[in-house]
Design a binder for this molecule. Structure first.
Ligand code: ZN
Length: 130
């Protein structure tokens, strides 16, 4: 059993307040643009694709696949794996991988979201293999 990773607390602001409130409820939500229908992450008021200010929150299925990853073992208290996960909704996010053997991680591996408390009790998203 590996030692639990101490996750840093996220910085919250008015633009991402709803995102972190949903995380506290074990839900991953994304912003989708009403003008161009593209979703984006991290959450912003203005769509990064077309500049529209008409964006809405939608619930993500929390499913995706590993696009790239790196495992940190040296010079850290607890080894950890970071990955870019491409969600089924089409957006990529930088995230920790958890509940997996770091030696068996593969690009293209299917993953799903899980939530873990950070240092101040705010939950954040991580991904684990399906
Ligand atoms: Zn847009």
């Amino acid at each position: 059993m590996s030692q639990a990773l101490r996750l840093p607390s996220p910085i919250t602001n008015p633009e991402n307040k709803a995102f972190w409130e949903a995380a506290q409820d074990n839900r991953l939500i994304l912003k989708v643009c009403n003008s161009c229908n593209e979703s984006h992450y991290y959450p912003r008021t203005i769509c990064p694709h077309c500049g529209s200010d008409s964006t809405v929150w939608v619930e993500s299925q929390g499913l995706g696949e590993i696009y790239s990853y790196t495992v940190m073992r040296r010079g850290v208290e607890v080894p950890f794996a970071m990955a870019y996960v491409r969600l089924n909704e089409g957006v990529s996010l930088l995230t920790h991988l958890t509940n997996c053997d770091f030696d068996s991680i593969q690009v293209g591996q299917k993953v799903k979201v899980v939530f873990q408390e950070t240092q101040d009790g705010q939950k954040t998203h991580l991904f684990e293999p399906l």
